[in-house]
Design a binder for this molecule. Structure first.
Ligand code: ARG
Length: 459
C-alpha cells in the first residue's frame, strides 16, 4: 500500500478495507493531466512569489512534466492503493526529485486542489460536448435540407393533426439542441472561476498571488470566498442538469425514431450498421441504439439526483461526501458523449421513406382545418365552417372516403359555398405551402429556420 502522507499523526496503518473504501483513484485518475497543469501553475506562482526557491519551482515543474509524459506513454501506472490522483502524483514527484517535491503542496490543500481539477477537467468536457451538439445540429440541418417538401403528418396526442414537412419536424430538434448548447456554454461561465488559494477552507498565510494562477490556467476570475471556493459543486449540478435536458431531447428524438422505423409507421429505415437483429426472430431489425439512449437518459437523471442529494446536507466547507461528485458527473459526461457519438452517424445514415410519410398524411383528415378555413375565407364564421367540415369528415368515414375523394356534390349538399377549387385548397401541398407564418412548415419558413440555426452556430 502507498504510504500515507498524513501517517505522522497516526500510530497504526489504515485498515485495508478503509483504504479501499476511502480511495478515489479508480475514478479520479482521469484528471491526472489537469492535476499536473494545476500543480505546474501553482509551483510557478510559488517560485515567482519567493515562497519556494525558483530553482525548486523549476525542478518541480520539470518533474511534473516528466510524470505527465510517462503516464501518457504508458510507462507510469497508477497505484490502485493510492488514496487519490493528487496524492499519487505528489508522491511520485517526490520519489523522482526528492525534497523539492515535498514543497509543492505549500500554501495548498487537496480541498482547493480537487476543486480546481474538476473545474478544469469539466470545462474541457463541456467543449467536447458542445462540439458534438454542433455536429448533431449540422446533421439535422442536412436532413432538413434534403426533405424540405417531404410531406408528413404532424401529430398531437400521437393522432394525425395537420400536415407538415419532415424538414420542419426535425428542425424542432435543432432548436432544442441550440438551447442545450447555450446552456452548456453558460454553465462554463460559472465553472471557469479559480478556487485554488482557498486552502483547506480558510485560505493561507503565505503571500500567494491567486490572480497569477488564474491567468496561467485561463480562468475568468478567482473565487471570492474560501469556504465557497472549496465546497461549491454548483457547477457539477448545473452541468448534470444541462446534460439531463440534452439527454431528454435525445430521448424524445429516439422515441420518435423507434416509432418511425416500426412497420406501423415505416417513415424511415435505419442503416444496417446502426440496427441490431434478434437471436430468435430472423425477420427482426431493432432500433437498439435509440432504446439505449432512452434508457441511459434515466441513468443521467440519476446522476443529477445523486449530486443534488449529496450536497443538500453538507455543512461548510469540504466534506468527504463530495468525493462522490466525480463518479456521478463523469458518468453523465461519458454517457452523453457516447450517446451523441452513436446517434449522429445513425441519423446521418438513416433512410427517409417519403412515400410512406405522404400516405400517412393522406389519411387521417389532416386537411380538415384547411377545409374549414376555405369556408371562412369565403365569408362563413369559423365555428359554422368547423361544424360543416366535421359533418363532412363523418360522412367520409361512413363512406370510406377522404376529403380529397369525396365528390363535390356531397360538399355542395352540406354547404352551397363549396366550389371545385376546394380540392386545390385542401391538397396537402397547399396546406403546407400556406402555413407560412414565421416558424411554420412552409419551405420558405423552414429555410429561414435553417438560416437562423446556421447563423447561431457560426457565432
Ligand atoms: N479525493 C478527494 C475528493 O475527491 C480529494 C480531497 C480530499 N480532501 C480531504 N480533506 N480528504 O474529494
Amino acid at each position: 500500500m502507498a504510504e500515507k502522507m498524513w501517517a505522522g499523526r497516526f500510530s497504526k496503518e489504515v485498515d485495508d478495507r478503509v483504504n479501499d473504501f476511502n480511495s478515489s483513484i479508480s475514478f479520479d485518475a482521469r484528471m491526472y493531466k489537469h492535476d499536473i497543469m494545476g500543480s505546474v501553475a501553482h509551483a510557478t506562482m510559488l517560485g515567482e512569489c519567493g515562497i519556494i526557491e525558483l530553482s525548486e519551482s523549476e525542478r518541480i515543474i520539470e518533474g511534473l512534466k516528466g510524470i505527465l509524459a510517462d503516464i501518457e506513454n504508458g510507462e507510469l501506472m497508477f497505484d490502485p492503493t493510492a488514496e487519490d490522483v493528487h496524492m499519487f502524483i505528489e508522491a511520485e514527484l517526490t520519489k523522482r526529485i526528492g525534497d523539492a517535491g515535498k514543497r509543492l503542496h505549500t500554501a495548498r490543500s487537496r480541498n482547493d486542489q480537487v476543486a480546481l481539477d474538476i473545474r478544469m477537467y469539466l470545462r474541457d468536457e463541456i467543449d467536447n460536448i458542445v462540439k458534438l451538439c454542433e455536429s448533431l445540429i449540422e446533421t439535422i440541418v442536412k436532413l432538413a435540407k434534403d426533405n424540405m417538401t417531404t410531406i408528413m403528418p404532424g401529430y398531437t396526442h400521437l393522432q394525425r393533426a395537420q400536415p407538415i414537412t419532415f424538414a420542419h419536424h426535425v428542425m424542432a430538434y435543432a432548436q432544442m439542441l441550440l438551447r442545450d448548447r447555450e446552456r452548456l456554454l453558460d454553465t462554463k461561465k460559472r465553472m471557469n472561476v479559480l478556487p485554488l488559494g482557498s486552502g483547506a477552507l480558510a485560505s493561507t498565510t503565505y503571500p500567494i498571488n491567486r490572480q497569477r494562477v488564474c491567468d496561467l490556467l485561463g480562468f475568468d476570475e478567482i473565487s471570492q470566498n474560501s469556504l465557497d471556493g472549496v465546497s461549491d459543486r454548483d457547477f457539477c449540478i448545473e452541468l448534470a442538469n444541462a446534460i439531463s435536458i440534452l439527454m431528454m431531447h435525445l430521448s424524445r428524438f429516439s422515441e420518435e425514431i423507434v416509432m418511425w422505423c416500426s412497420w406501423e409507421f415505416k417513415f424511415i429505415e435505419l442503416d444496417d450498421a446502426f440496427a441490431t437483429g434478434s437471436s430468435i426472430m430472423p425477420q427482426k431489425k431493432n432500433p437498439d441504439i435509440t432504446e439505449l439512449i432512452r434508457g441511459k437518459t434515466g441513468r443521467v437523471y440519476g446522476d443529477l439526483n445523486t449530486l443534488l442529494t449529496m450536497m443538500k446536507g453538507t455543512p461548510l466547507a469540504y466534506n468527504k461526501d463530495m468525493q462522490e461528485d466525480k463518479p456521478a458527473i463523469f458518468d453523465a459526461v461519458d454517457t452523453v458523449k457516447l450517446c451523441l457519438k452513436t446517434f449522429i452517424p445513425m441519423l446521418d445514415t438513416m433512410k427517409v421513406i417519403p412515400e410512406n410519410m405522404r400516405n400517412a398524411a393522406a389519411r387521417g383528415f389532416i386537411n380538415a382545418t384547411d377545409c374549414a378555413d376555405y369556408l371562412v375565407k369565403k365569408g362563413l364564421p369559423f365555428r359554422d365552417a368547423y361544424k360543416i367540415t366535421g359533418t363532412l369528415v363523418a360522412k367520409c368515414i361512413e363512406k370510406n372516403l377522404t376529403l380529397e375523394t369525396l365528390p363535390l356534390s356531397e360538399y355542395k349538399a352540406m354547404c352551397e359555398t363549396f366550389e371545385e377549387d376546394v380540392f386545390e385548397a385542401i391538397s396537402l401541398e397547399t396546406c403546407v405551402m400556406q402555413r407560412k407564418a414565421a416558424g411554420g412548415p412552409a419551405p420558405e419558413c423552414v429555410k429561414a429556420q435553417i438560416e437562423y440555426v446556421e447563423n447561431k452556430l457560426s457565432k
